[in-house]
Design a protein around this ligand. Structure first.
Ligand SMILES: [Mn+2]
Length: 302
């Protein structure tokens, strides 16, 4: 096993993702977007307002930028990636929150705008949670706004020392408004005991968040935030849910080909919908119907 200059073990991140768009017949793709770039050890998520066009453009540009900036400069600087991606997404309209993280040797560098974010779990405990940038209005976070450069000024740059064995969970508010950090912690523990790959962990977290989002009685972080704002609300918050899980492993252990894009529910759904759209429009949403009972609750599939 190689050692870095500081004496800590050299690490590499493997990652996997799961995206479950909200059950919304008007916006079949949802408005979250994400990327994983294995070569440059970078992950990004974004949560758009409206149809999500800007969030998708931003993440696709950011993925390209992350790779490009890797060439002259060996490591990705997330804030630069976000800035470059932002100015290249000019043709799209809308706004979004975003979070990009990149592992640079043993340092995790990140940029956060609004309530997309990440947490780090070490030895079974959440040791770090990225700050959420909220405006004074309840449930309204800072956003990057297309065409104005607004939001870049509030983008928070973060740096953390990572250790082999750390788990990074990057997500949109669809994850963090529904699962408490302790719940994420517990699920990470179970997943690691089972030796799950990161995409399997991402999928379990996304499904758990989905389940809570559809439960009108549960306690959720969203309820806690609403109460703090003097509002009455019960249950989870239905939303698009994006989860990317990253395992920080000793360099010798992490195999490049383990770094995968994970379960793509979105594309499964799209395929289903494309196949069925011209047969019977009523069948178009059978996918969701197959996982939800007539009351809109999840069937016991997991
Ligand atoms: Mn959201």
């Amino acid at each position: 096993m190689s050692k870095s200059v500081s004496g800590s073990v050299d690490v590499k991140m493997i990652a996997g993702a799961c995206y479950i768009p909200k059950n919304d017949q008007e916006k079949t793709m949802g408005s979250d977007s994400h990327f994983i770039e294995e070569e440059v050890q970078a992950i990004g998520v974004a949560d758009g307002v409206g149809a999500g066009e800007f969030a998708r453009a931003l993440m696709s540009k950011a993925a390209k930028e992350a790779k490009k900036h890797c060439l002259p400069n060996p490591y990705v600087v997330p804030k630069q990636v976000l800035r470059h991606a932002y100015f290249q997404s000019g043709k799209s309209s809308g706004s979004c929150t975003a979070c990009i993280v990149a592992l640079d040797e043993n340092t995790l560098k990140a940029v956060v705008v609004g309530d997309s974010g990440f947490l780090v779990i070490r030895g079974g405990k959440v040791v770090y949670k990225s700050p959420v940038q909220l405006t004074e209005e309840f449930d309204c976070s800072y956003q990057l706004v297309a065409g104005t450069a607004r939001g870049l000024d509030v983008a928070a740059e973060l740096k953390l020392q990572m250790e082999a064995g750390d788990v990074i969970v990057v997500g949109t508010d669809g994850l963090f408004d529904n699962l408490f950090p302790e719940e994420i912690e517990a699920m990470v523990k179970v997943s690691l005991q089972r030796d799950d790959q990161p995409n399997v962990l991402a999928e379990s977290l996304a499904k758990a968040a989905l389940e809570k989002s559809l439960d009108t009685n549960c306690k959720s972080p969203y309820v806690a935030a609403a109460q703090a704002a003097g509002l009455v609300y019960t249950g989870g918050k239905p939303d698009d849910i994006t989860v990317v899980a990253g395992y920080v492993q000793p360099y010798s252990k992490a195999k490049v080909n383990e770094f995968s894009s994970g379960t793509d529910w979105f594309h499964q759904m799209l395929k289903y919908r494309q196949k069925n759209a011209y047969i019977d429009p009523r069948k178009k949403y059978e996918y969701y119907e197959s996982i939800l009972n007539p009351h809109g609750q999840l069937r016991g599939l997991w």
